[in-house]
Design a protein around this ligand. Structure first.
Ligand SMILES: [Zn+2]
Length: 333
Protein backbone atom coordinates (compact mmCIF):
# COMPACT_ATOMS: atom_id res chain seq x y z
CA UNK A 1 0.00 0.00 0.00
CA UNK A 2 1.53 3.31 -1.04
CA UNK A 3 -0.63 6.35 -0.63
CA UNK A 4 2.47 8.53 -0.72
CA UNK A 5 2.05 9.50 2.90
CA UNK A 6 4.32 9.01 5.88
CA UNK A 7 3.41 7.30 9.12
CA UNK A 8 4.60 8.44 12.52
CA UNK A 9 5.84 5.71 14.84
CA UNK A 10 6.18 6.45 18.56
CA UNK A 11 7.88 3.87 20.76
CA UNK A 12 7.29 4.86 24.38
CA UNK A 13 9.75 2.91 26.49
CA UNK A 14 10.66 2.94 30.15
CA UNK A 15 13.82 5.00 29.56
CA UNK A 16 13.37 6.66 26.19
CA UNK A 17 10.69 7.74 23.76
CA UNK A 18 11.67 7.12 20.15
CA UNK A 19 10.02 8.83 17.22
CA UNK A 20 10.32 8.15 13.53
CA UNK A 21 8.65 8.83 10.21
CA UNK A 22 8.25 5.79 8.02
CA UNK A 23 7.10 5.53 4.42
CA UNK A 24 5.03 2.80 2.80
CA UNK A 25 8.21 0.91 1.94
CA UNK A 26 9.41 0.86 5.55
CA UNK A 27 12.14 3.44 5.15
CA UNK A 28 12.79 5.65 8.15
CA UNK A 29 13.06 9.22 6.95
CA UNK A 30 13.73 10.73 10.34
CA UNK A 31 14.23 9.62 13.87
CA UNK A 32 14.57 11.19 17.30
CA UNK A 33 14.81 10.10 20.90
CA UNK A 34 13.67 11.78 24.10
CA UNK A 35 13.98 10.82 27.76
CA UNK A 36 10.79 9.25 29.12
CA UNK A 37 8.67 11.64 31.19
CA UNK A 38 5.46 11.18 33.17
CA UNK A 39 2.31 12.01 31.20
CA UNK A 40 -0.33 12.20 33.87
CA UNK A 41 -2.13 15.50 33.29
CA UNK A 42 -3.20 17.83 30.50
CA UNK A 43 -0.17 20.08 30.79
CA UNK A 44 2.27 17.18 30.45
CA UNK A 45 0.29 15.52 27.69
CA UNK A 46 -0.08 18.67 25.64
CA UNK A 47 3.61 19.44 26.03
CA UNK A 48 4.43 15.94 24.83
CA UNK A 49 2.10 16.24 21.84
CA UNK A 50 3.60 19.62 20.98
CA UNK A 51 7.09 18.14 21.15
CA UNK A 52 6.08 15.31 18.82
CA UNK A 53 4.51 17.83 16.45
CA UNK A 54 7.68 19.87 16.48
CA UNK A 55 9.65 16.78 15.48
CA UNK A 56 7.32 16.11 12.55
CA UNK A 57 7.16 19.77 11.56
CA UNK A 58 10.91 20.01 11.80
CA UNK A 59 11.12 17.30 9.16
CA UNK A 60 9.12 19.56 6.85
CA UNK A 61 6.05 17.34 7.07
CA UNK A 62 2.51 18.65 7.51
CA UNK A 63 -0.37 16.71 9.03
CA UNK A 64 -2.00 16.29 5.63
CA UNK A 65 1.04 14.24 4.64
CA UNK A 66 0.73 11.94 7.65
CA UNK A 67 -1.17 8.75 6.95
CA UNK A 68 -1.49 7.87 10.61
CA UNK A 69 0.15 7.60 14.01
CA UNK A 70 1.19 4.33 15.63
CA UNK A 71 1.92 4.37 19.36
CA UNK A 72 3.78 1.51 21.05
CA UNK A 73 3.49 1.27 24.83
CA UNK A 74 5.14 -1.09 27.32
CA UNK A 75 2.18 -2.95 28.72
CA UNK A 76 -1.06 -4.78 28.24
CA UNK A 77 -3.78 -3.29 26.07
CA UNK A 78 -7.33 -4.49 26.45
CA UNK A 79 -10.46 -2.82 25.14
CA UNK A 80 -9.36 0.74 25.81
CA UNK A 81 -7.57 0.04 29.08
CA UNK A 82 -3.81 0.22 29.31
CA UNK A 83 -1.72 -1.41 32.03
CA UNK A 84 1.86 -0.12 32.02
CA UNK A 85 3.41 -0.74 35.44
CA UNK A 86 6.77 0.82 34.54
CA UNK A 87 5.45 4.07 33.06
CA UNK A 88 3.21 6.74 34.58
CA UNK A 89 0.75 7.98 31.98
CA UNK A 90 -2.91 8.76 31.47
CA UNK A 91 -2.91 6.97 28.13
CA UNK A 92 -6.36 7.96 26.83
CA UNK A 93 -5.42 11.59 27.46
CA UNK A 94 -2.03 11.13 25.77
CA UNK A 95 -3.58 9.55 22.68
CA UNK A 96 -6.28 12.21 22.51
CA UNK A 97 -3.69 15.00 22.68
CA UNK A 98 -1.56 13.40 19.95
CA UNK A 99 -4.59 12.73 17.75
CA UNK A 100 -5.86 16.29 18.12
CA UNK A 101 -2.43 17.70 17.40
CA UNK A 102 -2.28 15.94 14.07
CA UNK A 103 -5.94 16.33 13.23
CA UNK A 104 -6.42 12.56 13.23
CA UNK A 105 -9.49 10.86 14.64
CA UNK A 106 -7.35 8.40 16.55
CA UNK A 107 -3.99 6.76 16.88
CA UNK A 108 -3.26 3.06 16.64
CA UNK A 109 -2.07 1.63 19.96
CA UNK A 110 0.12 -1.46 20.09
CA UNK A 111 2.15 -3.29 22.72
CA UNK A 112 5.84 -2.42 22.31
CA UNK A 113 7.05 -6.02 22.00
CA UNK A 114 4.44 -6.69 19.34
CA UNK A 115 5.47 -3.51 17.54
CA UNK A 116 9.09 -4.64 17.51
CA UNK A 117 8.05 -8.06 16.17
CA UNK A 118 5.98 -6.41 13.45
CA UNK A 119 8.89 -4.14 12.52
CA UNK A 120 11.31 -7.04 12.31
CA UNK A 121 8.89 -9.09 10.26
CA UNK A 122 8.40 -6.22 7.85
CA UNK A 123 11.87 -4.73 7.48
CA UNK A 124 14.31 -6.68 9.64
CA UNK A 125 15.52 -10.19 10.19
CA UNK A 126 12.07 -11.64 9.57
CA UNK A 127 11.48 -9.92 6.23
CA UNK A 128 9.72 -12.19 3.73
CA UNK A 129 8.39 -14.41 6.53
CA UNK A 130 4.66 -14.52 7.29
CA UNK A 131 4.90 -15.17 10.99
CA UNK A 132 7.51 -14.49 13.64
CA UNK A 133 8.06 -14.71 17.34
CA UNK A 134 10.43 -12.03 18.64
CA UNK A 135 11.87 -12.77 22.06
CA UNK A 136 13.52 -9.77 23.68
CA UNK A 137 16.08 -10.76 26.28
CA UNK A 138 16.94 -7.77 28.41
CA UNK A 139 16.54 -7.12 32.12
CA UNK A 140 13.42 -9.28 31.69
CA UNK A 141 12.14 -11.41 28.85
CA UNK A 142 9.50 -9.94 26.57
CA UNK A 143 8.02 -11.30 23.39
CA UNK A 144 6.00 -10.16 20.43
CA UNK A 145 3.97 -12.31 18.13
CA UNK A 146 3.01 -11.69 14.51
CA UNK A 147 1.03 -14.22 12.52
CA UNK A 148 0.17 -13.80 8.84
CA UNK A 149 1.61 -10.30 8.95
CA UNK A 150 -0.59 -9.12 11.80
CA UNK A 151 0.01 -8.65 15.52
CA UNK A 152 -1.68 -11.21 17.73
CA UNK A 153 -2.82 -9.41 20.88
CA UNK A 154 -5.07 -12.08 22.38
CA UNK A 155 -8.42 -11.95 24.14
CA UNK A 156 -6.87 -10.33 27.22
CA UNK A 157 -4.02 -8.50 25.53
CA UNK A 158 -1.61 -11.08 26.91
CA UNK A 159 -0.86 -13.19 23.84
CA UNK A 160 2.85 -13.80 23.41
CA UNK A 161 3.69 -13.41 27.11
CA UNK A 162 6.38 -16.03 26.63
CA UNK A 163 8.40 -14.64 29.53
CA UNK A 164 5.82 -15.91 31.97
CA UNK A 165 5.66 -19.48 30.77
CA UNK A 166 6.48 -21.68 33.75
CA UNK A 167 9.69 -23.59 33.16
CA UNK A 168 10.49 -24.62 36.76
CA UNK A 169 7.32 -25.32 38.78
CA UNK A 170 7.83 -23.79 42.22
CA UNK A 171 11.04 -22.11 41.03
CA UNK A 172 12.28 -18.55 41.36
CA UNK A 173 9.57 -16.07 42.34
CA UNK A 174 8.46 -13.77 39.53
CA UNK A 175 7.07 -10.23 39.57
CA UNK A 176 3.89 -11.60 37.95
CA UNK A 177 3.08 -13.26 41.27
CA UNK A 178 3.87 -16.76 40.07
CA UNK A 179 7.05 -18.81 40.27
CA UNK A 180 9.52 -20.42 37.90
CA UNK A 181 8.78 -18.24 34.85
CA UNK A 182 11.36 -18.46 32.06
CA UNK A 183 12.03 -14.72 32.53
CA UNK A 184 13.66 -15.53 35.88
CA UNK A 185 16.24 -17.69 34.10
CA UNK A 186 16.61 -16.20 30.61
CA UNK A 187 17.26 -12.50 31.22
CA UNK A 188 20.02 -10.29 32.58
CA UNK A 189 18.58 -10.74 36.04
CA UNK A 190 18.28 -14.48 35.56
CA UNK A 191 21.84 -14.84 34.31
CA UNK A 192 23.26 -12.97 37.29
CA UNK A 193 21.25 -15.10 39.72
CA UNK A 194 22.27 -18.33 37.95
CA UNK A 195 25.91 -17.20 38.10
CA UNK A 196 25.68 -16.63 41.84
CA UNK A 197 23.87 -19.90 42.50
CA UNK A 198 26.42 -21.81 40.41
CA UNK A 199 29.21 -20.37 42.58
CA UNK A 200 27.46 -21.51 45.74
CA UNK A 201 26.59 -24.98 44.48
CA UNK A 202 29.91 -26.52 45.48
CA UNK A 203 29.83 -28.53 42.27
CA UNK A 204 32.26 -26.45 40.20
CA UNK A 205 36.04 -26.22 40.18
CA UNK A 206 36.63 -23.06 42.23
CA UNK A 207 40.22 -22.80 41.04
CA UNK A 208 38.80 -21.74 37.65
CA UNK A 209 36.65 -18.95 39.10
CA UNK A 210 37.55 -15.47 37.85
CA UNK A 211 37.36 -12.32 39.97
CA UNK A 212 33.98 -11.53 38.37
CA UNK A 213 31.54 -9.90 40.77
CA UNK A 214 28.35 -8.51 39.19
CA UNK A 215 27.83 -4.94 40.40
CA UNK A 216 24.08 -5.39 40.68
CA UNK A 217 21.25 -7.84 40.02
CA UNK A 218 21.16 -7.12 36.29
CA UNK A 219 24.89 -6.75 35.58
CA UNK A 220 24.96 -9.41 32.87
CA UNK A 221 27.94 -7.70 31.26
CA UNK A 222 30.14 -8.91 34.13
CA UNK A 223 28.92 -12.45 33.50
CA UNK A 224 29.61 -12.08 29.74
CA UNK A 225 33.19 -11.10 30.54
CA UNK A 226 33.58 -13.96 32.99
CA UNK A 227 32.28 -16.42 30.39
CA UNK A 228 34.84 -15.20 27.87
CA UNK A 229 37.55 -15.83 30.47
CA UNK A 230 36.29 -19.38 31.00
CA UNK A 231 34.65 -18.92 34.38
CA UNK A 232 32.62 -22.13 34.95
CA UNK A 233 29.91 -20.23 36.86
CA UNK A 234 29.25 -18.04 33.83
CA UNK A 235 29.39 -20.97 31.43
CA UNK A 236 26.87 -22.82 33.53
CA UNK A 237 24.61 -19.78 33.73
CA UNK A 238 24.48 -19.49 29.93
CA UNK A 239 24.13 -23.24 29.47
CA UNK A 240 21.17 -23.25 31.84
CA UNK A 241 19.60 -20.31 30.05
CA UNK A 242 20.04 -21.95 26.65
CA UNK A 243 18.50 -25.20 27.79
CA UNK A 244 15.48 -23.64 29.49
CA UNK A 245 14.79 -21.09 26.76
CA UNK A 246 15.19 -23.75 24.06
CA UNK A 247 12.68 -25.88 25.92
CA UNK A 248 10.17 -23.03 26.18
CA UNK A 249 10.53 -21.98 22.53
CA UNK A 250 9.94 -25.58 21.47
CA UNK A 251 6.66 -25.61 23.40
CA UNK A 252 5.62 -22.27 21.93
CA UNK A 253 6.37 -23.58 18.44
CA UNK A 254 3.86 -26.37 19.02
CA UNK A 255 1.16 -23.72 19.30
CA UNK A 256 2.08 -21.08 16.75
CA UNK A 257 4.72 -22.74 14.53
CA UNK A 258 6.30 -19.43 13.46
CA UNK A 259 8.33 -19.19 10.26
CA UNK A 260 11.17 -17.72 12.27
CA UNK A 261 12.13 -17.05 15.89
CA UNK A 262 14.05 -13.84 16.45
CA UNK A 263 16.07 -12.75 19.45
CA UNK A 264 16.38 -9.11 20.44
CA UNK A 265 17.40 -7.14 23.53
CA UNK A 266 20.63 -6.46 25.34
CA UNK A 267 21.63 -10.09 25.83
CA UNK A 268 21.95 -10.62 22.08
CA UNK A 269 25.25 -8.75 22.42
CA UNK A 270 26.52 -12.00 23.93
CA UNK A 271 24.76 -14.31 21.46
CA UNK A 272 28.07 -16.00 20.64
CA UNK A 273 27.98 -17.38 24.18
CA UNK A 274 24.66 -19.18 23.85
CA UNK A 275 23.03 -19.06 20.40
CA UNK A 276 24.41 -22.40 19.16
CA UNK A 277 23.45 -24.10 22.42
CA UNK A 278 20.02 -22.50 22.31
CA UNK A 279 19.43 -23.75 18.76
CA UNK A 280 20.56 -27.24 19.78
CA UNK A 281 18.31 -27.23 22.84
CA UNK A 282 15.37 -26.04 20.75
CA UNK A 283 15.92 -28.80 18.20
CA UNK A 284 16.19 -31.44 20.90
CA UNK A 285 12.87 -30.48 22.48
CA UNK A 286 10.89 -29.48 19.38
CA UNK A 287 8.26 -31.43 17.55
CA UNK A 288 9.94 -32.90 14.44
CA UNK A 289 7.78 -30.81 12.09
CA UNK A 290 9.14 -27.53 13.46
CA UNK A 291 12.56 -28.64 14.73
CA UNK A 292 14.36 -26.83 11.90
CA UNK A 293 12.70 -23.45 12.49
CA UNK A 294 15.37 -20.80 12.22
CA UNK A 295 16.44 -18.92 15.34
CA UNK A 296 18.49 -15.80 14.80
CA UNK A 297 19.18 -12.31 16.10
CA UNK A 298 16.97 -9.39 15.15
CA UNK A 299 18.57 -6.68 13.03
CA UNK A 300 16.62 -3.43 13.45
CA UNK A 301 17.79 -3.01 17.04
CA UNK A 302 16.48 0.26 18.47
CA UNK A 303 14.41 1.09 15.37
CA UNK A 304 12.19 -2.01 15.44
CA UNK A 305 9.55 -0.49 17.73
CA UNK A 306 9.21 2.74 15.76
CA UNK A 307 9.03 0.97 12.40
CA UNK A 308 6.59 -1.58 13.78
CA UNK A 309 4.38 1.09 15.37
CA UNK A 310 4.24 2.92 12.04
CA UNK A 311 3.42 -0.33 10.27
CA UNK A 312 0.67 -0.98 12.78
CA UNK A 313 -0.76 2.45 12.02
CA UNK A 314 -0.77 1.59 8.32
CA UNK A 315 -2.73 -1.56 9.08
CA UNK A 316 -5.00 -0.37 11.85
CA UNK A 317 -5.30 3.42 12.23
CA UNK A 318 -8.76 4.80 11.59
CA UNK A 319 -8.93 6.49 8.23
CA UNK A 320 -9.54 10.21 8.44
CA UNK A 321 -11.72 11.52 5.69
CA UNK A 322 -11.36 15.18 6.57
CA UNK A 323 -7.77 16.20 7.20
CA UNK A 324 -7.38 19.22 9.36
CA UNK A 325 -4.44 21.45 8.85
CA UNK A 326 -1.38 21.54 11.05
CA UNK A 327 -2.15 22.33 14.70
CA UNK A 328 -5.78 22.35 15.74
CA UNK A 329 -6.47 26.05 16.57
CA UNK A 330 -9.17 25.09 19.08
CA UNK A 331 -6.94 22.85 21.08
CA UNK A 332 -5.00 25.64 22.76
CA UNK A 333 -1.50 24.29 22.36
ZN1 LIG B 1 6.15 -14.46 35.69
Amino acid sequence: MDDGRLYLGIDYGGNAVKLGLVDAYGQLSGRASRPTVDLTDKVECRAFAADVAEFVHGMGIYSSELGGVGFAIPGIIKEGTYTTPNVKADWPLVFDCVARTFGKPGVAIVNDANAAALGELWMGAGAHARSALLVTIGSGLGAGLVVDGHVVAGGNGAAGEVGHITVVPGGRPCKCGRAGCIERYASARGIVQSFKEAGESGKLDETLFTDCAPANDTDALAVFQAAHKGDPRAKQAFADMSDKLGYVLAQVACVIDPDIILLGGGLTAAADLYLDDLRAAYRSYALAACAETEIRCATLLGDAGVIGAARYAMQEAPRDSAQRDWLDPDFGL
